[in-house]
Design a binder for this molecule. Sequence first.
Ligand SMILES: [Zn+2]
Ligand SMILES: [Zn+2]
Length: 265
Amino acid sequence: MAVFRSDPCGIICIIITYSAVFYADYVVIWHLVIPAMSNTLWGTFCVILFNLIVFLMTVSHMRAVLSDPGIVPLPKNGLDFSDLHAGRTIPNTKDGWSVCNKCETYRPPRAHHCRICRRCIRKMDHHCPWINNCVGELNQKYFIQFLFYVGMASCYATTMVVTSWVMDPNVTSTYKHTKLIHSVILIVECVLFGMFVIAIGCDQISSILGDETLVEQVKKEGIRREKRSMYSLLQEVFGRGHPLGWLCPLFTETSKERSSKQYIV
Ligand SMILES: [Zn+2]
Ligand SMILES: [Zn+2]
């Protein structure tokens, strides 16, 4: 189920993201590779590799943006929550299911209500304006893949700036000024985005391995869960496929693999 939120902050963040990506691609191709390495096979290889990283980043981003993060379905027939309206709270069930008084539905353990999505999201981590969507049970994998490829693109573009200046130090004085300005802007962009994704990526990995989402950390729910291996915690996010495919956004889980995660209300 494809979803797209009409949240202005999220839409602005998506425009900023793609503007930054297109600018980086433009500078790498037209100001770093073509003037310095246009006649070499190495130049062609650099352009293909950078665009491959950009392609994988775009696919993972679009999947994180458009996929269902794990929205708890609303009941087909309205449930009787007159107790809620009368100011009485309905106690949580023993197996961890609770009631959302905004969605007026029962929700499975670890689901939380997102104010921006206006729905309960299973294993909600946080609402991220950069993907204009919640990071939840079903799209956290794509979000982490996106962070990984942004980090890779930032490192690669920085390396390209250095390589281009080393390989073509005698650039003409009129062009030197333009190249210098683009190089500085690109380095600043790479440092900002690179540091941002490293910080968020570390948070994501520590919350997966600690088996506690960011929402649960903030709410200090301190739920005791059985101790699980690092591999099984990572599998819960990245799927049951081979670990070599965990960072590839082109693979999708089969419906059979996903069906184990579906809850019926
Ligand atoms: Zn809700
Ligand atoms: Zn949300």
